[in-house]
Design a protein around this ligand. Structure first.
Ligand SMILES: Cc1cc2nc3c(=O)[nH]c(=O)nc-3n(C[C@H](O)[C@H](O)[C@H](O)COP(=O)(O)O)c2cc1C
Length: 264
């Protein structure tokens, strides 16, 4: 219980009760943030880094002075080359990408997912089919992806139709996952309300017991989607915000692409 020595009204008591319920670690983090003034005197503008100087730009120029982006390239091959660089440079998850979908009212939605495969057919990720994104994609099978590799100062945008991966493909990927992640896929009602952390831990324990030492089958509500790109944009940081942008648009299903440069 938190003791204050003050006389408190109903809503204050609710706040104190909520703080008392929070874990000690969360409470300490809130106290630290409060002491730093995030909730008080510090303004957003004092948190945002300043615009780069001439010197910063010279450094970026030296780091990124490659040949211009190749117009006639196969965009999937170009993506593979950039991804290879990102894998070597990013501190973690070079395959993390933002996935944009829209709900039934047309309101955009956005979250990170991990790219698990890509080839001439498209970009594959896995998820819970009953999650918000799963339901949105079932109703409107179109999406956009965004990779932002901060260490390279590059981004790739991808747009297109989304199709389910085959059951065999999803089974193979599910089987390759760590056993605890497989149990997690069974236990999580992704995107639906969770009363408390304990409820999730209880479900994990229940599924752990249920499957014992046997191999876990893929849950019926868990599979993958492949975004089939109709357009891909490659963006590279250049000094003084004069960035380089190259857009590939699919002309024919057989892999023919047109290219166009855009003003930054
Ligand atoms: C780096 C990163 C990678 C993630 N990868 C996945 C993923 O591959 N699949 C997934 O379902 N959720 C992934 N998540 C969690 C999602 O961002 C999101 O919280 C969850 O899928 C629920 O989204 P929804 O409610 O829009 O369906 C990831 C989150 C982060 C930050």
């Amino acid at each position: 219980m938190v003791k204050t020595g003050l006389s408190l009204g109903g809503s204050s008591l609710a706040v104190i009760a909520a703080i008392a319920r929070a874990s000690a670690r969360d409470y300490a983090a809130i106290a630290r943030a409060s002491a730093r003034g995030y909730m008080g005197t510090m303004t957003a503008s004092s948190l945002i880094p300043p615009s780069p100087s001439e010197l910063d730009y010279e450094r970026v120029e030296a780091e990124t002075a490659d040949a211009p982006l190749p117009e006639g390239a196969d965009p999937l091959a170009l993506f593979a080359a950039w991804f290879e660089k990102a894998k070597a440079a990013e501190p973690n998850d070079p395959n993390a990408m933002a996935l944009a979908t829209a709900d039934e009212a047309g309101l955009p939605d956005l979250r990170m997912v991990l790219l698990k495969d890509f080839d001439a057919r498209g970009f594959t990720f896995y998820t819970n089919l009953d999650s918000a994104k799963g339901r949105q994609l079932a109703a409107n099978p179109q999406a956009a992806l965004l990779f932002h590799w901060k260490s390279l100062r590059r981004q790739v945008r991808v747009r297109g139709a989304v199709e389910p991966v085959s059951a065999a493909e999803a089974d193979a990927y599910f089987a390759s996952r760590a056993r605890a992640s497989q149990i997690g896929a069974w236990a999580s009602d992704q995107s639906r309300p969770l009363p408390d952390r304990h409820a999730l831990e209880k479900r994990v324990a229940e599924y752990g017991l249920k499957f014992g030492l046997s191999a876990l089958p893929r849950p019926p509500h868990w599979s993958g989607f492949r975004l089939v790109p109709s357009a891909m944009e490659f963006w590279r940081d250049r000094p003084f915000r004069l960035h380089e942008r190259l857009v590939f648009s699919r002309v024919a299903a057989d892999g023919l692409w047109s290219t166009e440069r855009l003003f930054p």
